[in-house]
Design a protein around this ligand. Sequence first.
Ligand SMILES: *Cc1c(COP(=O)(O)O)cnc(C)c1O
Length: 390
Amino acid sequence: MNTKEKDLKYIMHTYGRYDVALQSGKGATAFDEDGKRYIDVSSGIGVNSLGYCDEGWVKAVTAQAGTIQHMSNYFYSKQPSDLAEKLCTLTGMAKVCFGNSGAEANECAIKIARKYSFDKYGAGRNEIITLKNSFHGRTVTTLAATGQDVFHNFFFPFTEGFKYAEADNIDDVKNNIDEKTCAVLIEVVQGEGGVNILDKSFVQSVAKICDKQDILLIIDEVQTGVGRTGKLFAHEHYGVKPDLMTVAKGLGGGLPIGVCLCGEKLKDVMSPSTHGTTFGANPVVCAGANYVLDTIANEEFLNEVERKGAYLEEKLREIKEVKNVRRLGLMVGIEIDGNAHDIAVKCVENGLLIITAKDLLRMLPPLTITKDELDEAVTILEKTLKEITI
Ligand SMILES: *Cc1c(COP(=O)(O)O)cnc(C)c1O
């Protein structure tokens, strides 16, 4: 059996895959098992922030793997300590909790928010308001936190205590707040929901309301974080400061990590044995994340992300079949006529690895993508859109 046949026989079909078995890559260029070449503007859903097999990242990860690969959270360890310090220094947050995925990071934030409220106000103040069209993960609780009906199926009963308000509708948020509310959880750019960039005034109003009533503001930066939007974290565009922030996808540069960061007033909420995960803070993963942050967290790199994003947007807008572009940094949603999934499949056939979000095409290229690779991506997309319209 070849790769595809084994996959179809032995792996549960929780994903509809493109008909490609990727084998290797460098930068934003990938090769399949037949040696066919692709430009990749998906970066493993915003994960390979430095592209495929960045030299420095590979060195950092392999050096750590050859030194000590895991030791459990019962011991101190340099890589996670360094990473925690970096994250706190760069964000002004106080402490971090390590996990392995975005959903886990959100679970951690939800637990901290509820425990803070429980400790301070007693039982019952435990509801969390999230936004319609949001996405927060695939565990039973983060599905419940996700404000989309399609995700609230099959796995009943879901975790209680979530209410959904309309994005950019501050009255709807206010109407959902009552004495039971302990937190508001938002993405400032809804990624899976269709690259929906929230209004600045809305986000600032939410922050103000939260602050006044000791309701915790949780910002899910799982997709938007680590340079994706041209700032280290997307909430910096909005001039707000979250009480809790979750980071995952791009942080590890291709290895699984999820981090929940909290501000000063929450730093002692979690005590021994209130949370944990065996693989959290793994030193190999953290060595990769340290390298990613060292590379990305500087003005020059982040300005370059915005410059590339602006260039990409300009090129995309020149394509007749592109109706609109929603973009913050290198987080790009492309509005087109026609079925986004079918178009994406054709793009892949034509050598462009692209993803979708709702009825949009979506690009989350590696932040290190070159101008030539961007040009090639746009050329393939344009050619594909023309083929489909004919
Ligand atoms: C991908 C994503 C998650 C879930 O992350 P996993 O690592 O897949 O668990 C949560 N929130 C947002 C905004 C995401 O984009």
